[in-house]
Design a protein around this ligand. Structure first.
Ligand code: GAP
Length: 448
C-alpha cells in the first residue's frame, strides 16, 4: 500500500489543508471579497458533499436504532431556556486584554503570564487587565423593537431543543426509557480565541444525542455510549493511534456535567477534543421544570414501586461538532509522498466515488464514457474529466479523495473492458464494463 511507504507524509499544519480546500472547492473564507469575517467559513461544492456525507453517516448510525428518534428544533428559542440551562449566568470565558498591544486572551490559556502580569504577545510588564467574564452567547432581538424584553439568543448548543421536547417526542413516539433523541443543527458561540481553520469557529454545526435513562443506570449507559461513539470514529477509517479518551477533571467539568470524557484526535496542533460524552444527570430537565413550571417527569409503568413511577430521567449526551469531525477526516486522510497529494478517506465520505476518464476526447470514446457515467452516477456519484493528460486527471481526483478511477480507451470499443485505478495504491486492473457497478459496490462494502 502506498501509505505504508515511509516517504508518505501526514499533514504538517493546517496551511496545506486550507490551501487544498480552497483550490479544490471544499472550503472558502466567508465574505472573502470584503476581506473575510473572522472564524466563519463557507463550504464549496465539494465541501458540502463531504459535509452531507458526514452528517448522513452520523444520522444513520444514531437513528437506525429503535431506541433513538430524530428532531430538528428551531435555532431561536424562548430566552428563559437559556436562563434555565445556566447559559445566561455561566456560559462565559474569562477574558484578559493587554492595554499596550490590545491583544485579547482567554485567561485560562495564559495562567503563567497572568501570574507575572506580562503580556504573552508584546511582553509589556503590567499591561494585562483583570480577568472579566465574557458571555459566549450571541444576543439578538426578536421583532422590530430593540429593547430588553425582546432579547433572544442564537443557540450555543443544540441540546436544549431536545430537552424542551423530551415529553413531546416520548409521548408521540410512545418511547420507553431508555431512549434517545438525536439532532443535527447550527450552533453559535462568540468565541474569544477562534481559529485553526474550521477547528474553532463562531458558527458551526453540532450532531448531538441525548439519551434518557433511569437514574442509577446512567453510568452504565455512559460507558456504553463512550464505546459506541469511539467505534463510530474507527468505522469511519480514522486511525486508531490518533484517537484517545480524555477524562474531565473536576475543574474542567461543564456546569451541567456529572462526568465527562472527550474523544480526542491528534491534529497537527496536538491532541484536541472532537466529541464530548457527558453525564448531564437530571440537571437540564429539573431546571426546565423549575423555570417553566411544567412537569417533565416520565411515567414508568414498569417500575414495581408505585411511589417511584414518576421520575426525571438522567441524560447521557454525545456531542460532536460536524465541522470539527470533517476537519479530522480531512486531516486524517491527507497524504503527501512528494509526488502527489491524496485524500485517503473512506469512500462513504468522498464527494465523488468514481472519476470517469476517456483516454482522449474523441466521439468514439465519449459515447461509451457517457453511457458508463450515466450507469454509475445513480448509485455512485461520478465525475467525467476529459481534459488534460491522464496523469493530471488522476492527480486532480486523488486530491479530492475520489477512491476509484475508470479509464475508457480504444480497447474498450472492441472488448467492452475498462481500466480501474485505485486512489490509495495507484494499482490498475482491467475489468469488464458490465461488472463495474457490482465491483465498486463490493469494494466499498468491504473497505478496509
Ligand atoms: N451540548 C454539549 C456541548 O455543546 P461542547 O463540548 O461545548 O458540548 C461539543 O461541544 C462539540 O461541539 C465539541 O466537541 C466540538 O466538536 C464542537 N464545538 C464546540 N465549540 C465549537 C466551536 N467554536 N467551533 C467548532 N466546533 C465546536
Amino acid at each position: 500500500m502506498a501509505n505504508e511507504n515511509s516517504s508518505v507524509k501526514d499533514l504538517k499544519d493546517f496551511s496545506e489543508l486550507v490551501s487544498l480546500c480552497k483550490r479544490r472547492g471544499f472550503i472558502f473564507q466567508s465574505s472573502e471579497i470584503y476581506g473575510g469575517i473572522n472564524a466563519c467559513w463557507d463550504y464549496g461544492p465539494l465541501g458540502i458533499e463531504l459535509k452531507r456525507n458526514v452528517k448522513e453517516s452520523w444520522w444513520r448510525s444514531m437513528t437506525e436504532r429503535e431506541d433513538v428518534e430524530g428532531i430538528d428544533a428551531a435555532i431561536l428559542m424562548h430566552p428563559m431556556v437559556w436562563k434555565a440551562s445556566g447559559h445566561v449566568d455561566t456560559f462565559s470565558d474569562p477574558l484578559v486584554d493587554c492595554k499596550e498591544c490590545k491583544s485579547r486572551f482567554r485567561a485560562d490559556q495564559i495562567e503563567a503570564a497572568i501570574a507575572e502580569n506580562k503580556c504573552p504577545n508584546c511582553g509589556k510588564q503590567g499591561s494585562l487587565t483583570e480577568p472579566r467574564h465574557f458571555n459566549l452567547m450571541f444576543k439578538t432581538h426578536m421583532g422590530p423593537i430593540e429593547e430588553e424584553g425582546s432579547v433572544c439568543y442564537l443557540r450555543p448548543e443544540t441540546a436544549q431543543g431536545i430537552f424542551v421536547n423530551f415529553l413531546n417526542v416520548q409521548k408521540t413516539m410512545r418511547q420507553k426509557i431508555p431512549f434517545g433523541i438525536a439532532q443535527i443543527g447550527k450552533a453559535f458561540r462568540n468565541e474569544i480565541t477562534p481559529g485553526n481553520f474550521i477547528f474553532r469557529t463562531r458558527e458551526f454545526e453540532q450532531m448531538e444525542m441525548q439519551f434518557f435513562v433511569k437514574p442509577g443506570s446512567d453510568m452504565e449507559w455512559f460507558e456504553k455510549w463512550k464505546a459506541i461513539r469511539k467505534e463510530w470514529h474507527l468505522s469511519n477509517g480514522i486511525r486508531k493511534e490518533k484517537l484517545r479518551f480524555h477524562e474531565h477533571g473536576p475543574d474542567e467539568l461543564a456546569h451541567y456535567a456529572r462526568a465527562a470524557f472527550d474523544i480526542e484526535y491528534e491534529f497537527p496542533i496536538g491532541w484536541q477534543e472532537v466529541e464530548g460524552i457527558h453525564n448531564r444527570s437530571d440537571f437540564d430537565l429539573k431546571q426546565h421544570e423549575t423555570f417553566s413550571g411544567k412537569k417533565l417527569a416520565y411515567f414508568d409503568e414498569q417500575e414495581p414501586d408505585k411511589e417511584k413511577r414518576h421520575y426525571l430521567p438522567y441524560v447521557v449526551e454525545t456531542s460532536v461538532g460536524c465541522d470539527r469531525c470533517l476537519l479530522m477526516i480531512l486531516a486524517d486522510s491527507y497524504r503527501d509522498d512528494g509526488e502527489r497529494v491524496w485524500l485517503q478517506m473512506h469512500p462513504k465520505f468522498a464527494p465523488y466515488k468514481v472519476g470517469v476518464f476517456p483516454l482522449m476526447k474523441k466521439p468514439e470514446l465519449m459515447g461509451i464514457t457517457e453511457k458508463i457515467f450515466n450507469d454509475l452516477n445513480g448509485g455512485f456519484r461520478s465525475f467525467v474529466d476529459a481534459s488534460g493528460s491522464i496523469g493530471k486527471r488522476y492527480r486532480r481526483q486523488d486530491e479530492i479523495g475520489t477512491p476509484i478511477g475508470v479509464t475508457i480507451d480504444y480497447d474498450t470499443i472492441s472488448d467492452q473492458s475498462v481500466t480501474i485505478r485505485h486512489r490509495d495504491t495507484m494499482e490498475q486492473e482491467r475489468i469488464e464494463a458490465s461488472r463495474l457497478k457490482e465491483y465498486i459496490k463490493d469494494k466499498f462494502e468491504n473497505w478496509t
